[in-house]
Design a protein around this ligand. Sequence first.
Ligand code: SF4
Length: 398
Amino acid sequence: MFERRMTRSVNVGGVQVGAGAPISVQSMTTTKTADAEATLEQIYALASSGAEIVRCTCNEMEAAEALARIVPRSPVPVIADIHFQHRLALAALDAGVACLRLNPGNIRKEDHIKTIASEARDRDVPIRIGVNAGSLDPDIEDKYGMTAVALVESAKRELGYFEEVGFDEVKISVKASDVRLMVEAYRLLADTVDFPLHLGVTEAGPPPAGILKATAGIATLLNEGIGDTIRYSLTADPIEEARAGRQLLEALGLRERSSLDLIACPSCGRAEVDVISIAEMAQEALTELDLPIQVAVMGCVVNGPGEAKGADLGIAAGRKRGHLFVRGQVVKVVPEDHMVDALIEWAQKVVSEGIDGALAAADKSAEAEAEADRAALLELQGEDVNDAEAIVEMIRKR
Ligand code: SF4
C-alpha cells in the first residue's frame, strides 16, 4: 500500500477533507440552481449514488437566493461554485453554503479576493482555490505558458492574498483536461504546499472515454498518496460521476465496499422526529440484514418523500406518524414508534418482490392519509420554517 500524503484538514460542512480522513466523493448539479426544488432533487439522487459533497453553480443572484432554500434541506454539504463576480461569493456565504470554490483565473481583483477570504474566515467557511488550465490568469499564462508551473503559480498567488487576511481554510485543485499536465501539476503542488487537494481531470467528456481519462489522472495520483477529495467531471448525468468516484475509491481499497446505502436528511425547521437516532437505528438493523437497497430517512412528510424520491424505500415523519414510501410513492402510514420496524419489513419486501411488487402491495388509503398529514403540517408551520425568505431579503440588500 502507498502512504498517503499528510495534509492539513478542512471541514466542509461536517465532512473532513485532508489529514488522513477518508477520501470523499464530490459531484456537481446540472440543474439551474435558481430552481431550488429541482436542484434539491438532484442533490438527493447524487447523495444516494455516493456523493458526499455536492457543488452547485452560483452564477446569478437568483442562484444565491435559491441556495438559502437548498442548504438547510440538503443531505450533504453544498459548495457554491463562483466565477467572475465576487458579490455572488458573498451572497453564497450569506446563504449558508459549506464551502466556496473560487476560480483565480476569473476573479482577479486583489481587494475582491481579500473581501471574500475575510468573510469566509469570519464564518469559518473553507474555500477551494480551483485553478483550471482552461481559464488561467492571462498574465500567469503569458509568463509560464500552459504548464504545471503556471497552474501552481496561480494557486500560490491566491494563497498569498488569503494569507494577508489570515485565512487558511483552504483546499486546492489544479485541473486540466490533459491528463499528463494535470498529473504533473498536482505532483508539483503536493511538493509545494500542505493543503488538502481536490483531484479532477476537467472536461473529461462523455463516458466511457471520459471515465477512462479521469481515472487515469485521479488513480495515478491516488496511488502516489496524493489527493483528499475527488470529482469525475463527465459530460453525463452527474449520478455517473458520483458512482464512478465511489467505485474508483473502492477499487483502490481506499473506501469500504457498501451494500446498504442509507441516506438521511440533515433535519431542519420542519423535522418532526430525531432524524439522527431513527437513521442510526435503521442503519444498524438494515446493515445486519445486509440488504442491497437504498433507504432514505427523512425528517418531515412535507418534503421528505419528494426530496428522496430516487431512493428505493424511505420513511418520513409527521404528526406522530411515519409515511413509508417506495420511489417517492407513499405505500403505508404507520405510528411513529413503528417507523424502524416498518422500514425493515418493507426493505425485505422491496428486495424480495422488487419495486413493482412493493408498489402493488401499497395500502390503498396511504396516499390520501399522507396528503392529509402534509396539508395539516403546512397549515400549522407555514411555508418558511427555515427562515430562508429572511436570508433571501438579506442577500437582496447586499
Ligand atoms: S426535515 Fe423535511 S424539509 Fe427539512 S431537510 Fe428533512 S425532509 Fe427536508
